[in-house]
Ligand binder design. Structure first.
Ligand code: TEU
Length: 549
């Protein structure tokens, strides 16, 4: 939440990600739904979040858990109805919580009517221009048009069969074959998504999370990927015209509607280009998410983030987990605490007690940094990655697409535990007809919302206390940061108003600065010592005459 009166909400909000399939199941089919979310809004109120980002809930064959959309203006029956979503948006607003819907513009489902028409229409059908249909290379067109490797790994072209049964053109899919890429050079594609934005803004959505935001525009000459040449589909300049048009639409609505980009881009300057004042309001800071649990690395990531955002005037965002990445309780308990899609995802030892301790400290760090903070569902419960999902229950296309090397993302998508001593842990109503769509570990009986509520040492009560202080503290959210002198391995900064945050990553206890009054610590302080892997928020008397930040 922003502190200055005129600072819009998206500059400093705490935003909670709901992955609808795994949040709460209202009808007992073992799959989360809108009714389940509506029944749990009080949890989000009590947590104190400012906004909720909903992962896709649209009609979909669910080849990629709903990121393969067949109708952008409706709700898949497994989740509920459009009327229920409109009621959910209204009920969230009644509680002072804004809503962000997830739009997937890079591709749709192969069940989408446009793609079906392109297939049925055969070569020359006008709908084929809405996608990337190309003849194959070589004799008979039997070779893919390019050798591009997909985002999940694997090939990026699938050959079609012509209506007369002969081998046809190929179509592009940067993800799974069930996710044909739109041709963003086509004016009809641009017009369609501008209308989709209006559809959701008209229904009260306060924001749009833009999936795969850096991939929309491709080099139509289809060059191969070369290290010394511009990438043919990552971060092409043409994408910015799209977001300038979208920003004009967002700005035409009252209530500070926000555009939030999923931009996986290591080049910070190129990343900041998406955040210019006439483009997106914010983007996920994956640089920070993937950073090692190391003081120097985190300091560099924070400084790099803030210096890249300053010239464009956009707020930074701080995110530790989401529905695509290994949960950070598990990451931070490993020898290698970094995250990247290229790294082995499972079967690496993790000291979960250490990971949990560090995750508690990371929560106070990310909630104290300047900008907006994201909380992925289950993060507030200290959930670890589930690494023993039976192969036959795994659903993520990333697994087969990677040649069964990457086990996929199901491990961070296991249905939440709410109450009780055994699965479904209140995820589904009593007497539910079906078990949760992914198995919940038995030890989650100690991690349910109910088990943690009222326990002053629980992750849940830490998040509740931290977000409550953050809401009340004028210096937190949007604003400035000033680094303070600190011993090696310790991050120490002021946010103004006498608010200091210290994080000890040194591996040994360090003395707390004199004169600070602890507001909140990620674990008990040892008299005047800050234990290793611990963060503390302090109130420090401001020297006389210090102007508030
Ligand atoms: O993820 C996008 C994504 O994973 C790619 O952008 C890739 O990670 C990146 O380019 C790394 O190089 C989004 C959704 O979050 C994910 O759940 C979907 O599976 C994917 O898009 C396809 O819609």
């Amino acid at each position: 939440m922003s502190r200055a009166d005129d600072s819009p909400w998206w500059r400093g909000a705490v935003i909670y990600q709901v992955y609808p399939r795994s949040f709460a199941d209202g009808d007992g089919d073992g799959i989360g739904d809108i009714a389940g979310i509506r029944s749990r809004l009080d949890h989000l109120c009590t947590l104190g979040v400012d906004a909720i980002w909903f992962s896709p809930w649209y009609p979909s064959p669910m080849a990629d858990a709903g990121y393969d959309v067949s109708d952008y203006r409706d709700i898949d029956p497994v989740f509920g109805t459009l009327a229920e979503v409109e009621a959910l948006i209204a009920e969230a607003h009644e509680r002072g919580i804004r809503t962000i819907v997830d739009v997937v513009p890079n591709h749709c489902s192969d069940a989408h009517p446009w793609f079906q028409a392109a297939l049925a229409g055969g070569p020359g059908a006008p709908e084929r221009d809405l996608f990337w249909f190309r003849p194959g290379r070589g004799p008979g067109g039997d070779q893919r048009p390019t050798d591009w490797i997909g985002e999940f790994g694997g090939e990026t072209w699938t050959r079609t069969t012509n209506p007369d049964g002969t081998p046809g053109d190929w179509y592009l899919h940067l993800f799974a074959p069930q996710q044909p890429d739109f041709n963003w050079d086509h004016p009809r594609v641009r017009a369609e998504f501008e209308d989709i934005l209006r559809f959701w803004f008209d229904r009260g959505a306060d924001g749009i999370r833009i999936d795969s935001a850096g991939l929309l525009v491709k080099d139509g000459t289809l060059p191969e990927v070369r290290p010394d040449q511009p990438h043919p589909f990552h971060d092409l300049d043409g994408v910015h015209d799209v977001y300038r048009a979208w920003r004009r639409i967002a700005d035409s609505y009252p209530g500070d509607r926000a555009l939030i980009g999923e931009v996986w881009l290591p080049d910070r300057q190129r990343f900041a280009n998406y955040l210019r004042p006439d483009e997106l309001h914010a983007a996920f800071n994956f640089d920070f998410l993937g950073c090692a649990w190391d003081a120097a690395a985190l300091r560099e990531s924070i400084d790099g983030t803030l210096s890249a955002h300053a010239p464009v005037g956009a707020p930074a965002t701080w995110v530790l987990s989401n529905h695509d990445v290994t949960r950070h309780v598990t990451r931070y308990g490993r020898e290698d605490t970094t995250f990247s899609f290229a790294k082995k995802r499972e079967g690496i030892f993790s000291d979960l007690e250490l990971g949990t301790t560090r995750a508690r400290a990371a929560a106070l760090l990310s909630l104290a940094l300047p900008g907006a903070a994201y909380v992925y569902q289950g993060e507030e419960l200290g959930l670890p990655e589930v690494e023993d999902i039976p192969p036959e229950l795994r659903t993520d296309p990333m697994w087969p697409r990677s040649g069964y090397v990457d086990p996929g993302r199901d491990g961070c998508r296991v249905p939440l535990p709410w109450s009780g001593d055994e699965p479904p842990f209140g995820f589904s109503p009593d007497g539910a007809a079906s078990a949760p769509w992914l198995p919940q570990p038995a030890h989650w009986k100690d991690r349910t919302v109910r088990a943690q509520t009222g326990d002053p040492h629980s992750m849940l009560e830490l998040y509740r206390a931290a977000i409550a202080i953050r809401r009340a503290e004028p210096a937190l959210g949007d604003g400035e940061l000033t680094w303070l002198p600190a011993p090696d391995g310790v991050l120490a900064f002021s946010r103004g108003g006498g608010f200091h945050c210290l994080v000890n990553l040194s591996g040994a206890p360090v003395p707390l600065p004199a004169g600070g009054e602890p507001l909140l610590a990620s674990r008990p302080l040892d008299d005047d010592l800050l234990p290793p892997d611990t963060a503390v928020w302090l109130r420090v008397a401001e020297p006389a005459g210090t102007a508030p930040v």
